[in-house]
Design a protein around this ligand. Structure first.
Ligand code: SF4
Length: 80
């Protein structure tokens, strides 16, 4: 299995999420990354927000900067 297929298997993204759908589902724009212990929130000087996935350092299945929103992820672990 190539890297792209493995990645697609472990991370699932919405094809497009409207603002109203997000509010109705109670999701943030980042999805699971917003409340995951492995995520580090980064804000650029221009105000753009990214989430760095710390699992990227040890597991090639996880991209450094996941495409948001992440809706399903094998590495997700909720912050306490
Ligand atoms: S493990 Fe998954 S949910 Fe957690 S930060 Fe990485 S990509 Fe996001």
């Amino acid at each position: 299995m190539n890297f792209g297929k493995r990645l697609a298997f472990h991370l699932r993204y919405a094809p497009g999420v409207s603002q109203s759908a997000e509010k109705g589902a109670g999701l943030s724009a980042a999805g699971l990354c917003a409340e995951c212990v492995h995520a580090r929130r980064i804000e650029s000087s221009h105000g753009s927000v990214f989430y760095l996935c710390e699992l990227f350092h040890t597991d090639p299945r996880f991209p450094k900067y996941p495409r948001l929103p992440v809706l399903s992820c094998d590495g997700y672990k909720k912050k306490l």
